[in-house]
Design a protein around this ligand. Structure first.
Ligand SMILES: *[C@@H]1O[C@H](CO)[C@@H](O)[C@H](O)[C@H]1NC(C)=O
Ligand SMILES: [Cu+2]
Length: 235
């Protein structure tokens, strides 16, 4: 119901959400997709997403890259360097930030994000013991409109997707996922890859009933929160 209302109201409520719209790596800015008007062949590193309506289920195919497929460009990142993502706007202040990577072993054009190969490089859930507070990773995005994550220094060089995911939890038991992807080529002399316990598939990196997904932050009883999916791999 809420979802169809949002669709009917269209652009007036678009302001209630947000998406990654550019990146900065090593002092260089990479314009991303600005949304709602895909341009064929846009010379960007970001996979163009059709909209940033909330994704409501962890099994939705849009979970991979918000429906974005390939992009013509990639940014070069030295292993150990940070990737900073920027949002033009973001509204919600409860819920975790999670940053994921996926190896594109045969180049970007055919890289579909399928299989149990996704791993987290960064995340922030809640700090303190009040889940109904603004002490959440997504509240820092609300404040700063950016998020910086280190690509593990020991990571094996190659082509990767980097996926920024905001999971908004402000509506009880009604998770909203906002993921976007960009293409990066990691350089360096590392050889490390995450072992199986750090890997998962997207969509469906967790059950919809996972306590990190289906949660009532207002209930007053819950004082701890663990973001869904595997543990962060730092190399
Ligand atoms: C690089 O990312 C890490 C998190 O992965 C963060 O702690 C650190 O502050 C970032 N560095 C810069 C210069 O933004
Ligand atoms: Cu929203």
């Amino acid at each position: 119901m809420l979802f169809s209302t949002l669709l009917l109201l269209g652009p007036s409520l678009v302001a209630a959400h947000g998406a990654v719209t550019s990146y900065e790596i090593g002092g260089k800015t990479y314009e991303g997709y600005q949304g709602f008007s895909p341009v064929a062949g846009a010379q960007i590193i970001q996979r163009q997403w059709p909209d940033y309506n909330p994704i409501m289920t962890v099994t939705d195919p849009k979970m991979t890259c918000n429906g974005g497929t390939s992009a013509p460009l990639a940014a070069t990142v030295a292993a150990g360097q940070n990737v900073t993502a920027f949002w033009k706007q973001w509204t919600h202040q409860q819920g975790p930030v999670m940053v994921w990577m996926y190896p594109c072993e045969s180049g970007f054009a055919s890289c579909d994000g399928k299989g149990k190969k996704w791993f987290k490089i960064d995340e922030m859930g809640v700090w303190g013991d009040a889940l109904n507070s603004n002490n959440w990773g997504t509240a820092l995005i609300y404040e700063n409109l950016k998020w910086s994550s280190r690509v593990p220094a020991s990571l094996k060089p190659g082509d990767y997707l980097i996926r920024h995911e905001l999971l908004a939890l402000h509506q009880a038991n009604t998770p909203q996922f906002y993921p976007e992807c960009a293409q990066i080529t990691v350089t360096g002399s590392g050889s490390a890859t995450p072992s199986g316990e750090f890997l998962t598939s997207i969509p469906a990196y967790a059950a919809q009933s996972d306590p990190g997904v289906m949660v009532d932050i207002y209930m007053g009883k819950a004082t701890t929160y663990t973001p869904p999916g595997p543990k962060v791999w730092t190399g």
